[in-house]
Design a protein around this ligand. Structure first.
Ligand code: GLN
Length: 381
């Protein structure tokens, strides 16, 4: 039977191969570090003492309040009481939002490299994508290309800051410029901000919701999995002005309806952890990042700077390797036992893009072993 189903994601494929081959998995982004004991204890308490039955469809009021407080404290955002929808991870928040926003025939502007869920979700909603691209090595946002891409059918833009895979961020003045365009052309802006808590170079995270021109037309996607390193909990959310949030809730109710009640309680408790908990958590991740960056740099790899996310990217040609990133990723996995993600997987058209994404959220000895394998691979190709 003919099928137009999207193929299995590169993250799932690489993780499955890494398991099968017993490789070190620096592909799919998930931590293999100590999991925060405070969160495990909170989940155990929630299972035993709170509720295991349906929460309200939009999420536990306690969690929605905790999310609003967190964003007020960390990003100065004033979010309305009915502006938060708790979802089963960031991916469901993206799906509910795009199903709410995109009408058949709508054109949506996507920025490459792009997370692989955006395009199929837009197409499921009946929309079409138009692509603009960040350009290496600095991956600066192409504002002029965005302005030129907006046409009569354009209804929205999908942004991602900090960017997966390249780790760059959108500053306030760029978001203001995007806001001016969005307002002039009456566009919505969906912003994937799941990496907002994982910024290592002190760059301030700015949400489009903080930009007056975008406050009513932006949707912010967030993820407890990323903030608290619990990717398997699948607790995420969408935040928007109440009218937009109501439209997202209308889709969420028929996608998953709710997400696991005890885990919502546990995340609500986690948001009560003091700021120094977040600083200490971030410092552990920063140390892991420095270990991988320093080791690879010493081994002759060209590592690109990245402000945030759990990833670094290496420039293959600059590292003395062939630029066909998909082929290099395959050989690296099969010959050297290290799984990575080729950056070409973040582009709609298949072409080589010359960069590999590596996830650094691993134990020191795993990072050291990966560096050794990568160094050997580079020497012997
Ligand atoms: N966000 C994760 C990554 O970029 C992947 C999540 C998933 O596999 N769906 O690695």
């Amino acid at each position: 039977m003919a099928s137009n189903a999207p193929k299995t994601t590169v993250f799932e494929t690489m993780s499955a191969l890494a398991r099968e081959l017993g490789a070190i998995n620096l592909g799919q982004g998930f931590p293999e570090m100590e999991e925060p004991p405070e969160l495990i204890a909170a989940a155990q308490r929630a299972l035993a003492e709170r509720s295991n039955q349906y929460p309200p469809m939009r999420g536990l009021p306690e969690l929605r309040g905790a999310i609003r407080d967190y964003y007020a404290r960390t990003q100065g955002l004033e979010i309305a009481d009915d502006g938060v929808i708790v979802t089963s991870g960031g991916t469901e928040a993206l799906a509910a939002s795009l199903l709410a926003l995109v009408r058949p025939g709508d054109e949506v502007i996507l920025v490459q490299p792009l997370y692989d869920a955006y395009l199929p979700l837009i197409e499921w909603a009946g929309g079409r994508a138009k692509f603009i691209s960040l350009t290496p090595p600095d991956w600066a946002f192409p504002l002029a290309a965005l302005a030129a891409a907006i046409g009569p059918e354009t209804r929205g833009i999908v942004l991602n800051t900090p960017n997966n895979p390249v780790g760059t961020m959108l500053g306030r003045s760029m978001l203001e410029a995007i806001g001016t365009l969005a307002q002039a052309h009456d566009l919505w802006v969906l912003c994937d901000e799941v990496w907002e808590g994982m910024v290592f170079d002190g760059t301030a995270h700015v949400s489009p919701l903080a930009i007056p021109a975008l406050a009513e037309r932006a949707i912010k996607i967030g993820s407890a999995g990323k903030i608290f390193s619990m990717t398997g909990w699948k607790v995420g959310w969408a935040v928007a002005a109440p009218a937009l949030a109501a439209q997202i809730a209308a889709r969420h109710q028929f996608l998953t309806f709710t997400t696991a009640t005890p885990l919502q309680w546990a995340v609500a408790d986690a948001f009560a952890l003091p700021q120094h908990w977040h600083s200490a958590h971030l410092a552990r991740y920063q140390a892991a990042k420095a270990r991988l960056v320093d080791g690879l740099t010493a081994a002759g790899f060209a590592v690109l700077p990245a402000s945030g996310t759990w990833f670094i990217t290496i420039d293959l040609a600059g590292s003395g390797l062939p630029a066909d990133d998909a082929a290099v990723a395959e050989r690296l996995l099969r010959q050297a036992g290290v799984a990575s993600i080729p950056v070409s997987a973040f582009y709609a058209e298949k072409a080589e893009h010359g960069f590999l994404r590596l996830c650094f959220t691993k134990q020191p000895e795993v990072i050291d072993q990966a560096i050794e394998r990568l160094a050997q691979f580079r020497r012997t190709g």
